[in-house]
Design a protein around this ligand. Structure first.
Ligand SMILES: NC(=O)c1ccc[n+]([C@@H]2O[C@H](COP(=O)([O-])OP(=O)(O)OC[C@H]3O[C@@H](n4cnc5c(N)ncnc54)[C@H](O)[C@@H]3O)[C@@H](O)[C@H]2O)c1
Length: 460
């Protein structure tokens, strides 16, 4: 099976606010990595969003915020799905809004346009004719926008990571529970073909007990972080220039968590994280600053270490290893490995592989048989269309398709707000551990105990 996501480079890039109630008092976040003690979670769940089916929406009316590299692809992609309407488009930059509108030419969509300043997005959220707000802005605005949208009665689809601090993670959870509106993080790796295949294999017992998972985001995009054309605003460079840890954990983690039933049968307990020094980014900053004063402000920065390795342990005794390196000149790796008592799968730079013994990987013929047996019905239904439409080889389309499917049919979404919060929390937790000599840190239970009775989402 060809795993097309590995043919693509992903761009990424921050935020913070205080939260009430159930936050971990004293746990530092998103840059604040002081060695404070932290307490276990207090408070109880208001309402369980895991398994919650919101009322069905016949036609899903969408408002997009952030029409840069990612958002501009998302708008035309959605036109391939039935039962949606693009109602509003928003970006600070008028040009981005116009370009996105162009992609709707010849379709019945006639969206309202918002641009010109950094608060126009609020007007979009306040409209009464939108069901879903789709957020593709820089990291530091995600939670604020998602919370505001939910408070104004909208479901939310938000790009990765959904939050940057533990406080923000709790804000998302509290708001989704309070409003009973979905907050889905667009973790497209969960919808890559091999990841979906292996999810079904895991559900059918192919792996026996799952023991261990590994994920990585290793893409050499270091120099491009300094390129204002490729990365307008250099917001992602700013992230890398003052934080140190795994800043982009969700792509590697999401598929592992859905296979391990984290938040619905198992729970992540603790995390420890270690970072190398930075051996490249500061040098680039010095080199560029010698030619262009625009880069002078980066010369005194303490850049993120090139390689971060974080290790987690779950309540049921499973382990997860995650790596992050976007600034070393090495081949791309979106490593995905699952090992169980009966089988192992691995997908990295090369083709996906399956093994059922220590003798090696199964032959292509056996692989094809397994693939035919375990391909999910919904992938059989829309997989070919997904490949045609594209977006990281089709997984972006599948991510959208499944979200719209759930909203239109009144089904629980695959990944609830607890997953968005947990997967995003790994960044600030890793920053804390790195800053504190790789000490282990307790991972918050955003489900506040409900993980014990929550059921894994329905993949049939
Ligand atoms: N899932 C994936 O595979 C994937 C791939 C790439 C990027 N991403 C994520 O998508 C998000 C966006 O990344 P990108 O590469 O498109 O960034 P980008 O910088 O290209 O685009 C961001 C856009 O948001 C706009 N914006 C910023 N603040 C705004 C505000 N207050 N109101 C309205 N618009 C505002 C900017 O003008 C810009 O056009 C990030 O979270 C990134 O991590 C995900």
């Amino acid at each position: 099976m060809k795993n097309n996501r590995r043919d693509f480079i992903k761009y990424t890039g921050i935020a913070a606010t205080a939260l009430v109630g159930a936050a971990l008092p004293g746990l530092a976040v998103g840059g604040d990595t002081s060695n404070k003690p932290f307490n276990t979670i207090k408070g109880s769940q208001r309402f369980n969003m895991c398994g919650y089916a919101a009322p069905k929406i016949d036609k899903v009316r969408i408002g997009y915020i952030g029409l840069g590299s990612r958002g501009s692809e998302a708008v035309p992609r959605i036109l391939n799905i039935e039962g949606v309407e693009v109602r509003a488009l928003c970006d600070i930059k008028p040009k981005q809004v116009e370009l996105a509108k162009e992609t709707l030419k010849g379709t019945p969509n006639n969206p309202a346009l918002y641009s010109g300043n950094d608060t126009e997005w609020k007007k979009l959220c306040e409209r009464s004719d939108i069901d879903l707000v789709y957020i593709c802005t820089p990291w530091n605005s995600h939670t604020q926008m998602a919370v505001y949208a939910m408070e104004h009665g909208k479901h939310v689809a938000v790009e990765v990571p959904a939050a940057q601090t533990i406080e923000e993670c709790w804000q998302l959870v509290e708001t989704s529970e309070k409003t009973r509106l979905h907050c889905v993080m667009l973790e497209n790796e969960c919808y890559d073909f091999f990841e979906l295949l292996t999810l079904n294999m895991a559900r059918q017992g192919f792996f026996g007990e799952i023991i261990h998972g590994e994920g990585a985001y290793i893409h050499s995009i270091g120099r491009s972080l300094f390129d204002p054309v490729q990365r307008p605003g250099l917001w992602r460079l700013d992230e890398n220039a003052h934080r140190n840890g795994n800043l982009y954990p969700t792509h590697g983690l999401g598929p592992i968590c859905q296979i391990m039933n984290i938040n619905c049968g198992d729970k992540m307990d603790s995390l420890t994280s270690v970072s190398s020094n930075d051996f490249t980014l500061h040098d680039i900053a010095v080199e560029l600053a010698a030619k262009d004063t625009m880069y002078s402000k980066y010369v005194d920065k303490h850049f993120r270490g090139n390689m971060n390795t974080s290790i987690m342990r779950t309540t049921k005794g499973r382990t997860i290893m995650l790596q992050h390196d976007t600034s070393s000149p090495r081949p791309k790796s979106s490593r995905f490995l699952i090992s169980g008592t009966k089988a192992t799968i691995q997908c990295d730079a090369g083709p996906a592989r399956i093994s059922t013994s220590h003798e090696g990987w199964v032959s292509p013929e056996v692989f094809a048989e397994i693939e035919a047996k375990y391909t999910l019905p919904f992938v059989s239904k829309v997989g070919e269309l997904a490949k045609k439409v594209g977006g990281h080889g089709g997984m972006d389309f599948l991510t959208d398709w499944r979200l719209i499917d759930c909203l239109r049919n009144g089904l629980p979404v695959d990944h609830a707000v607890y997953d968005a919060a947990l997967w995003s929390s790994i960044a600030p937790l890793s920053e804390w551990s790195v800053a504190n000599g790789s000490k282990p840190i307790e991972v918050p239970d955003f489900t506040r105990g409900a993980w014990q009775s929550n059921k894994p989402f329905n993949i049939s």
